[in-house]
Design a protein around this ligand. Structure first.
Ligand code: PEP
Ligand code: MN
Length: 338
């Protein structure tokens, strides 16, 4: 349930509500809106008596039940869009963010060249995998900690905050020490121990939808981060598995407006992993912005043909420049800033 405080409720009134919620066996989560605070109480289904008791406390406007299986992510908990900060960059509430960079960090030179492309054409966040979750154990697995050091160097050189993937709970501390945002990949979409650990780190999380997770499962999985007291979650649609074989995955573009209806969290799209092929990436990126996404994460590489992973889908300098020019028009047309 959510306890909605009155506008201008006193801090002592809020404290009293928090104390009562804890005494009743619920875990409180505070969300401060423009003019009033919302206090989520997560726990067993509250009885009518419990709700009446809380409703009668001084400073409380009303108590609302959350009917959805996902609680803190739901629009019932927080009606207004939330924004998430990645270093100095904010996404959501009308701010469109482009994260760009190579699939994997391969070398200092390769990362610097890709970061330069991303930066020059106006991407605000740098992506690059140091720990790569590969389908085959024989494929390039990433440079690991050395990759993190190279990402930190690229951040120092460009000023761009970095998003990079964490593949296991025991790596969260190491990756969080360098990353501005932790990425949790599609293959780990229901790795609940990893999600909870990322939640505890307090770092913003870019959470990819799994290859075959429903929207409800996706949002329930996001609760593992949120319920640790970490509200900085960005959801990312990156294509799902269907019978169609002409693309790597089927980009579920309708997931964008469906998610925007159900949740206040920012929603991004990854057109690169959905498409799997360079020529399709621009159209899917523009579609994402037109459908209401708050950002995209796009793979770029100075020499895509030499990439150690996902060579077919990474954009080169000219392709990324052309895409950014078109994207600015679409983002402006939907009333957002880029
Ligand atoms: C990635 O972004 O590097 C990646 C592996 O994506 P996904 O988890 O969506 O496959
Ligand atoms: Mn990739």
């Amino acid at each position: 349930m959510v306890v909605v405080m009155q506008k201008g409720a006193a801090p002592e009134q809020r404290e009293r509500v928090l104390t009562e919620i804890k005494a009743l066996g619920f875990t409180p989560h505070v969300s401060d809106g423009e003019s009033r605070s919302l206090i989520g109480a997560i726990g067993p289904a509250p009885t009518e008596e419990v709700r009446d008791h809380l409703r009668a406390l001084p400073g409380v406007e009303t108590v609302v039940r959350i009917t959805k299986p996902f609680k803190l992510a739901s629009r019932e908990f927080r009606h207004d869009d939330s924004a998430v900060r990645i270093g100095d960059v904010a996404t959501g509430q009308g701010r469109f963010v482009v994260a760009a960079g190579p699939c994997g960090v391969e070398s200092r030179e390769q990362l610097r060249a890709a970061a330069d492309i991303a930066h020059r054409h106006g991407a605000q966040v740098l992506r690059g995998g140091a720990f790569k979750p590969r389908t085959s154990p024989y494929s390039f697995q990433g440079l690991g900690e050395e990759g993190l050091e190279l990402l930190a160097e690229a951040r120092a050189a460009t000023g761009m905050p970095i998003v990079t993937e964490v593949t296991a709970p025991e790596l969260v501390e190491t990756v969080a020490a360098t990353a501005d945002m932790l990425q949790i990949g599609a293959r780990n979409s229901q790795n609940f121990a990893l999600l909870a650990e990322a939640g505890k780190s307090g770092k913003p999380v870019l959470f990819k939808r799994g290859l075959s997770t429903s929207i409800s499962e996706f949002l329930q999985a996001a609760e593992y981060v949120l319920s640790q007291g970490n509200a900085n979650v960005v959801l990312c649609e990156r294509g799902i598995r269907t019978f169609e074989t002409s693309t790597r995955f089927t980009l579920d573009i309708s997931a964008v407006p469906v998610l925007k209806e159900l949740t206040h969290l920012p929603v991004w799209v990854d057109p690169s992993h959905a498409a799997g092929r360079r020529p399709l990436v621009p159209a899917l990126t523009l579609a994402a912005a037109a459908a209401g996404a708050d950002g995209v994460i796009v793979e770029v590489h100075a020499k895509p043909e030499d990439a150690k992973s996902d060579a077919a889908q990474q954009l080169d300098d000219g392709e990324f420049a052309a895409l950014m020019a078109q994207l600015r028009g679409v983002v402006a047309a939907v009333g957002k800033t880029l």
